[in-house]
Design a protein around this ligand. Structure first.
Ligand code: PLP
Length: 269
């Protein structure tokens, strides 16, 4: 049976990031995507013009409806919006056996709009982090969550160990912006530290990269891959999605998780 991933995230009207990116990446990686929406953003490739957070009870109702019926193996969280939503999501997931959790701790949009209130960070660390199979912060996010100013691989590894000490099972620092090793990701688990180098694809059309990477990992875990294999496969996938980024709009265009489908359809034309 097709494994199910539940994506809990915000809507992006331009569909490059957020729950729309999650849906595309999960399906393109072979799993079935269910969704629970936390917030609605009005945005295009130039930026975010408004953010409306949903009532935490509405978020919980969506999660409960999906978990009560669909055989969800992995939950992936993205934009959670505020403190009350983080607390509600953590509570709705707590104690459910057999669920893995991949948390992409989305804090800001690419142009700096807050997608999580700063007051929510402590709840995320206390209530959600201990439930995570994997948390996938970028350099900015790991600095904000750990309190360690990350400026290279050694500090990224130190910061990741801080999050392990606070209860995460594994931390993947996504290294798109690491000055000493661009595109090297750092995986830190209680047993080991692994540097995973990647190819740098120069492009401005990178909207949705973080969401797509974490969702592809979640899908691969749902299909039964081990953590490291899931990360390596997802990294190849997101690199190709960036290579096929779409110059839509005037700003930062979306990456394309359906590059393989579009290539196949294009060949048939
Ligand atoms: N989720 C939502 C709803 C967003 O609007 C954004 C960025 O604008 C993100 C997540 C994070 O996007 P990215 O994957 O580009 O970091």
């Amino acid at each position: 049976m097709r494994p199910v991933v539940l994506a809990i995230a915000g809507s992006d009207s331009s569909a490059g990031a957020g729950v729309q990116a999650d849906l595309k990446a999960i399906e393109a990686n072979g799993a079935y995507a269910a969704t629970a929406i936390t917030a609605i953003t009005a945005q295009n490739t130039r930026g975010v013009s408004s953010v409306t957070r949903l009532d935490p009870r509405v978020v919980r109702e969506q999660i409960v409806a999906v978990l009560e019926d669909l055989p969800v193996r992995v939950v992936k969280t993205g934009m959670l919006g505020d403190r009350a939503i983080v607390a509600e999501v953590a509570d709705a997931l707590r104690g459910r056996s057999g669920l893995e959790l991949v948390c992409d701790p989305v804090l800001l949009s690419k142009n700096g709009v807050a997608l999580l209130d700063s007051a929510a960070v402590s709840v995320l660390l206390e209530d959600l982090l201990p439930q995570t199979t994997l948390i996938t912060p970028n350099v900015h996010e790991i600095s904000a969550l750990s309190g360690v100013a990350v400026d290279g691989l050694p500090s990224a590894e130190r910061a990741a160990r801080e999050l392990l000490a606070r209860g995460a099972n594994a931390v993947l620092v996504t290294g798109g912006h690491l000055p000493d090793a661009p595109c090297t990701d750092v995986l830190v688990t209680p047993e080991r530290t692994l540097r995973i180098p990647g190819e740098r694809v120069e492009s401005v059309h990178t909207h949705g990269t973080g969401c797509t990477f974490a969702s592809a990992i979640a899908a691969r875990l749902a299909l039964g891959s081990e953590l490291e294999d899931a990360i390596r496969a997802a990294k190849v996938f997101v690199t190709e999605a960036i290579r096929h980024g779409l110059p839509l709009g005037d700003g930062c265009g979306p990456i394309d998780p359906f590059f393989a489908t579009h290539a196949a359809v294009g060949e048939q034309r």
